[in-house]
Design a protein around this ligand. Structure first.
Ligand SMILES: [Zn+2]
Length: 68
């Protein structure tokens, strides 16, 4: 199933509000996923740490490259 979930958060570099699209196809897995997404505002590489809790809800943490 191809389903995308939109997640809104703030860029850890510039603090601007950004929107990410998360791949809901991860739902079957309990593993967390880490990937890099460039900020839509300042274009710096945000480290996105995506995980799914016991209820199947997505949780997303955004970090700078030096924090990760
Ligand atoms: Zn930014």
């Amino acid at each position: 199933m191809d389903e995308w979930i939109s997640w809104q958060d703030h860029c850890p570099y510039c603090g601007e509000r950004i929107e990410l699209l998360l791949d809901a196809g991860l739902n079957d897995s309990t593993e967390s996923l880490i990937y890099i997404e460039d900020c839509q505002v300042c274009c710096r590489p945000i480290v996105v740490m995506l995980s799914i809790d016991d209820q199947g809800s997505f949780y997303c943490q955004l970090k700078t490259e030096s924090d990760a």
